[in-house]
Structures are given as C-alpha cells and as structure tokens.
Ligand binder design. Structure first.
Ligand code: FAD
Length: 452
C-alpha cells in the first residue's frame, strides 16, 4: 500500500515538473480534472506501467549486456586461455569488423591483416613445438568461434592456414618437413592451402579422387584439377591429395606455387564467404620432389585424420557465426522502435530471440564437450561429424531468424546479419555436407554403411 502511495506521489511530482505554459496547453487538449480522477482509480500495476511510460529517461534505462554465452560455457578457461580469447576478440572487433563489409563486397582479401595476424601469434595454437603454443584443442575451437562471431571468411582463411594446411603437415609430415614448414607457417611467412575437392569429385573424395600421382626418376608427376581450394590464389604451398597410379592409394604432397605445371584460377561469383579466395587448381605434369611428399600420408585414412580435427573446428565456426548473428539481432531489436516501443519489447520478437539463444546455447555446450573429447583423445569421426551437422543446421536457423527480426535492414550488408546469412550457406556445405556427415554418424550408430 505504501508502495502504491509513493508511486502516486511520484506521479504528482512528475506533473509538478511540467511548467504553467505546458499545463495550460495540455488543459486545452485534455480534461485535466477527469484525467486526475481516472488516474487515482488505477491499481498499483497500472500505475507502475504509467510511470514507466512517463519517465523521460525511459530510453536510457540500463539494459542487460549483450552476450551470447548464456550458460557461461567458457567459465572453465584458464586465465591464460581467457587472455587468448580476449586478444582474438579485440583483434576481430578493432581490426576486422571495420573493414570486412568493404572487402566482402569487393570479393577481395584484406592483405593488410597479415602482419596483424603475425603479431597476434595464435596460429597452430594447439600444436606442440615448431613455434606453436601447445594449448588444448579447446582453444582452436574458441579462436574459430571468436573469429566467426565477427566474420566467417576470416575464420575460414585462418582455419585453412592453421588447421587444414598446417594440420596436414603436423599429422602426416616427417620431422624434417615439420621443421621446415611449420615455423614459417606459424608466423604467416608462408601461407598454405588444402586441395582435396575436385570439379567432379566432392563428397565422394574418399574413394574417387581422380587427380593422379606417379613416381618417376624425376620425382612425382601430378595431373588433374582441384576445385574450391581456399587461399589458393595467393598460397605459397598447397597440400594436394592424389591417387597413386601404381598402388591406388591416396598420397599427400606439398606443392609449391612455383612448381612447374601448377596454375590457379580464382573462382568468381560466390554469394558466400566472398573474402575467402577460392581457386581452381590445374596440375599438368606437375613435378614434386620426394622431399615434398608427406611421408606419413599413405592412404585416405591419413587424410581423414586431418579432417576429423578440422571438422570440429568448423562446428565451432558455425557456432561463432550464429553467435555473431544473434548478438547483432539482439542489439538491433533493442534500438529499433516501432509503434513507439523497442521491437525487443514485442512478444513475437522475443520468441525469435529466445529460439536463437536456445540453439546457440545447445551448440556451444556441444562443441565445448567435443573439444574436451578431442583433448581426452576419445574423439572419433562420428563425434566430429555429428557436431558439424548439428551446428551448421542450427546456424542456418539462427541466421535466418536474425535476418527476420531486422526486417528490411536484414538484407543490407551494413547491418552485418546479411553477411552471416550468406556465409552460413558455405559453412553448411564445406568439409562434408549434411548428408555425408549424417552418413558417417548413421554408419556408426546402426552398423550399416549407407554411402552407396
Ligand atoms: P557434391 O558432392 O556434388 O554433393 C551434391 C549434393 O549431393 C550434396 O547435397 C551432397 O550431400 C549430396 N550427396 C552426395 N553424395 C551423397 C550420398 N552418398 N548420399 C546422399 N547425398 C549425397 N575443398 C577443399 O578441398 N579445400 C578447400 O579449401 C575447400 N574450401 C571450400 C570453400 C567453400 C566456400 C566451399 C563452398 C567449398 C570448399 N571446398 C573445399 C569443397 C567442399 O568441401 C565441397 O564443396 C563439399 O565437400 C561438397 O562437395 P561438392 O560441392 O562437390 O558437392
């Protein structure tokens, strides 16, 4: 009761703050005695709502922080790991965010970022030795998430360098090969790419590669084409996976950009990940020395070891993309007003936001456990595949809801969400489509292979 009384007193105070001229102007438009009479009949809840509406500082009301980590998933990070996470976040917000839409539109790569990546010193963060930090796999995921939260193209560029290219050498290279390449790649002095997919062979790469290799006295001769190869237009080296004509097995090669018989053409007209420079590689009697054949890549099973590691990273990347879209959408809905109120105050908008957050929270908890399994050494192909399928599917849902709550602005690049929507499509397809990763999980849980 005393609460209701103090609210009425506040309302009276508010009226008192209106000066005489304003009051006479108001009295010409409304019946003030009647208004006061009706006002006194309001119950406590109605009064409180009225007070909120009349409050001139209503717009400045302090709102909760925008944070897509609703379950505090990262609480388990050590102070050192948190420092790395924070460093990446700052880099992405300060250096990448301001320029990213310009480059995305131009279908171009921001080479000015390379020296800044060098300073960041996070490449190959989970590898031991060779200038790398030997941190848990979890950190590779956290970095991918933080990058994709701002831009999935930059996260992909980094994933190709640090994961696919360096990872192939780390997992399948000899000690000499690791000593030669990894320290330079860690410092971005050499940029790498990873060539598995071909124009006619994508999902069926395990059994169907058509790029061939043959050992001769001159060295290995490689022939064929590779399509979609990220970073290829400017890479110093590309890991090429080819089938040996003699024993039928898949082997891996470090092909350098000045190798004779090697050429790259940029793939144009992409509607997603436009900053990533994807290339069509032609190998025409390309000669590679035995020194550059990955010494421990002898079957496709070795290629699969690299993919298992990087697929986990792609699940994290999808999560980052969803997080960026959710946080942008939440921010927008709190600022955008319709019918005189922030659209975030409408029930249906809140419904979208909560659906986005539910998906995002499920993804974050899933990838966190995935990385724990990676660090425990229990991660299998099917575990990484399940996370890749789930996270990329859910991300598509999150970004489309983010686009929806932005209305027309949802298709404008300057609001960022449109870029997340487009980029989610590419992440959905690369490193194994939904179908292929589902078949990997399906085989594991049923005991039947349904690939063909
Ligand atoms: P296809 O294999 O032709 O598949 C077409 C459709 O058929 C898909 O829906 C697929 O799921 C379905 N399908 C195929 N087989 C089956 C089956 N058995 N059962 C049910 N459905 C099936 N590759 C690299 O090597 N290096 C890179 O750096 C690289 N970067 C990429 C970047 C981008 C932006 C993109 C889009 C692709 C990149 N890729 C890269 C290639 C990528 O991994 C392939 O696109 C992907 O594996 C799918 O192959 P595909 O496009 O040939 O599709």
């Amino acid at each position: 009761m005393s609460n209701a009384f103090s609210k009425i007193r506040n309302a009276v105070e508010l009226f008192k703050s209106i000066d005489f001229d304003q009051l006479s102007e108001i009295s010409q438009k409304v019946n003030l005695p009647k208004l006061m009479e009706n006002f006194s009949k309001l119950d406590e809840k109605q009064l409180s709502g009225m007070m909120k509406m009349l409050d001139p500082n209503r717009k400045n009301k302090e709102l909760p922080p925008i944070d897509g980590d609703f379950y505090d998933v990262y609480h388990a990070l050590t102070p050192e790991q948190r420092e790395v996470q924070q460093k990446v976040r700052e880099f992405m917000e300060k250096e990448v965010k301001p320029i990213v839409n310009k480059y995305w539109l131009k279908d171009d790569f921001p080479f000015e970022l390379i020296p800044k990546f060098q300073k960041l010193d996070i490449c190959g963060v989970t590898y031991h030795g060779y200038g790398c930090k030997g941190m848990p796999f979890l950190m590779e995921g956290v970095i991918a998430m933080e990058m994709a939260r701002i831009d999935a193209s930059i996260a992909t560029f980094f994933g190709v360098q640090s994961g696919l290219a360096m990872g192939s050498i780390y997992i399948c290279g000899s000690e000499e090969q690791k000593q030669k390449w990894l320290p330079q790649m860690q410092k971005f002095e050499k940029i790498g790419a990873f060539g598995l997919t071909e124009p006619e062979v994508g999902s069926g790469a395990a059994g169907g590669l058509t790029v061939t290799c043959k050992k001769t006295e001159e060295g290995w001769i490689l022939n064929g084409e590779k399509k979609w190869i990220g970073n290829a237009t400017f890479a110093d080296l590309v890991i090429i996976w080819a089938r040996d004509i003699d024993d039928g097995e898949v082997k891996g090669f470090i092909v350098e950009k000045d190798n004779s018989g090697y050429s790259v053409e940029k793939i144009r007209g992409k509607m997603a990940l436009r900053i990533v420079q994807n290339g069509l590689i032609t190998l025409k009697n390309c000669i590679v020395t035995e020194e550059n054949r990955l010494q421990n890549a002898n079957t496709f099973k070795d290629t699969a070891k690299v993919l298992r590691m990087t697929r986990a990273g792609v699940a994290w990347m999808a999560t980052g993309c969803a997080r960026g879209a959710y946080e942008s959408a939440l921010d927008y809905t709190r600022k955008r007003e319709q019918f005189g109120k922030p659209i975030a105050s409408f029930q249906m908008i809140q419904g979208h936001l909560v659906e986005m957050l539910s998906n995002l929270t499920a993804m974050q908890t899933m990838v966190f456990r995935l990385s724990e399994m990676q660090d425990e050494g229990t991660l299998l192909d099917e575990h990484a595949s399940l996370a890749k399928v789930f996270c990329t599917m859910r991300t598509r849902d999150v970004v489309s809801r983010a686009r929806e709550v932005l209305g027309g602005n949802g298709i404008l690049l300057e609001y960022d969400v449109a870029r997340f929507v487009a980029d989610a499509e590419a992440i959905y397809s690369y490193e194994g489509t939904k179908e292929i990763n589902s078949l990997i999980v399906g085989r594991s849980i049923t005991g039947f292979s349904a690939f063909v």
